[in-house]
Design a binder for this molecule. Sequence first.
Ligand code: OGA
Ligand code: NI
Length: 257
Amino acid sequence: MQEMAHEFFRLPVEEKMKLYSDDPSKTLRLSTSFNVNKEKVHNWRDYLRLHCYPLEKYVQEWPSTPSSFKEVVSNYCKEVRKLGLRLEETISESLGLEKNYIKNVLGEQGQHMAINYYPPCPEPELTYGLPGHTDPNALTILLQDLQVEGLQVLKDGKWMAIKPHPNAFVINIGDQLQALSNGRYKSVWHRAIVNTDRARLSVASFLCPYDHALISPPKPLTEGGSGAVYKNFTYAEYYKKFWSRDLDQHCLELFKN
Ligand code: OGA
Ligand code: NI
């Protein structure tokens, strides 16, 4: 997967630009920064965004160069999905819920991928690769560049570097699991910084509730406390709101009770 990511971003600009779009509703696009039309400050990132589930529906629109891209990335997507679903089972159980609870609520989950490419940046103190944000989906499985650091997470008010670990993924809880668990699980604030001399790559796989999934905490998690922290919403409503704003405002806050 990492090789495919490198090879794709090594293609000539003219070749890559055929895929360029800043329209978030496109199911395949090469883009830059985060939300170029909405943000005030741009980020030092290019990214290829792919829809990955159901694979048969999307794979034909994926890049045909590098020539093994479709095959390698398809296999990667299938394995990552299995891992994500297993994690959702264990998270359900950890909340005292039935193993399939979260998977049932989220329904036939979508899967998106962002292949992030952060070129060397002459003035890294003036921007980010990605500014601090939480992921709007349920669960993110991140494959980090093993050679170049850049990911940081916010812990106890401080940004901490997450060193790449061989043969390991970084798992981010997203906004939907925070809402669904009534705040028991926290959607992690994270960001990517850039550096002057080395390009960095990362591959984020996002598991997303199906559009009409109703995100509402189960009864056992709202009883005995102060009730539901967030209003009930569908994932489609949430996602629309997410792309209509800049990253610096926490989208989940807009759904608080
Ligand atoms: C993302 C993300 C972090 C990274 O794509 O949402 O947070 O290390 N990426 O590239
Ligand atoms: Ni993220």
